[in-house]
Design a protein around this ligand. Sequence first.
Ligand code: ZN
Length: 459
Amino acid sequence: MKYKKHPILLSLMLICTTLIFIIDPLGISTAKTKAANNIVIIIDPGHGGPGTTDEQELGAKYNGVVEKDLTLITAEAMKAELEQYGNVTVYMTRTSDQAITLANRAAFAASVGATAMISLHYNASSEHNFYGAEVFTSAFGQYYATGTGLASCILDELSASGVASKGAKTRIGQSGADYYGLIRHGVTNNIPVIIVEHGYIDNETDWNRINSVSTWQQLGIRDATAVAHYYGLQKGVPLADITPTVIVAAPSNIMLPDLTPPTNVSVTISDQDPSGKVTYQIKATEPESMLMYYTYSLDNGLTYAPLKLWDGDSSQTSSLEVPAHYNGNLLVKVYNNYELDAVSPPALINMEVTEESLPDSSVSDASSSPTVSDSIPETVTVSDATLTSVSDSSTTYLWADTLQNSLDKSEIVISPVQSKTNGLLTKTIILISFIIALVLTIVGIILIRISLHKKHRRR
Ligand SMILES: [Zn+2]
């Protein structure tokens, strides 16, 4: 009866209720966004275990160090650094010298709701000639997209420390799935996994930079900085909203690795100084990946000089020194970043040197000890547009690759991305709430009108 006397109050209460209906689901969705914005990063120190001969447990072994120890030191530093940022929970797959299977590492990541897993490694090669950092990602869809975005941030950071970047790469196994077990187990568990190779412990160029506990820690700090940068995290400040800073389009096709060496490799002698200095120009083509290293041979390919970084576009100018009266072939070998190489046809060095100008040196590389500036590759700023176009062009090419025919595509199952489902749920809640709010508002307005009409009649 009281409400009949205050119909406007009743109407206002209804309108307030509608407002609560509008605000509440938004509140829920904000909470959801906040939950989604607290990312979970799994740091996986590669290898580990008490075995003294098991290569899987030890990892690379050279220069008196073992990979499993280095990865743990880097991981601890990465965790400590990343935890200083807001919106992130960090876990490690191991905190001691433990043997854990790849499947169990991925299962652990899944059990704590991992957003992404970063597996830390150090490299070695059979001929100890390669150097530089590289990152492996899944070749499939969203796993490729997230992995490549993270990889580009990490490689930018590692390059800034002076390590050469061998790029972000994929690798496919015999079955047509990702080659690396941890990446495969990541896909099975709906987690993007990347494998970060921080440099070669068996190569002088890299070892000179990464031969101390402090450098292994510094690399971990750089990894953390890169991950924080990728997700747009702020140090010490939890943000209401975080978004990846590097957006890579999820490819619809498999992002195959480059399986062919560089082509059209040639060398020409541009200058033969009587002092023994030979300047030469190399040309090579590599449309599918990138030219990475070059080297030369003065003994028709029996031995090669240490690899130097390719820092040109399609041509590279360099120099070397030869002994007096040198007369012989110069061969060059060019590598892409997939470690595939091609050798040039020979160019003839024919020194017409006078007795007075003879150099006393034997054959030596004119710049065999590269400086830091030599080895820092040009940093490529990854923008949405370039990455998308890069993805598109390589997809087009790689799709035509012969390996494609042998791939059993039916084996590959890519789980749907979870966030899409969450997004749909939120949208549905908001829509239903909006309808309820609309109905209640109409009822409120009708009630106000009825009450005003009654008042009018009473008068
Ligand atoms: Zn390893």
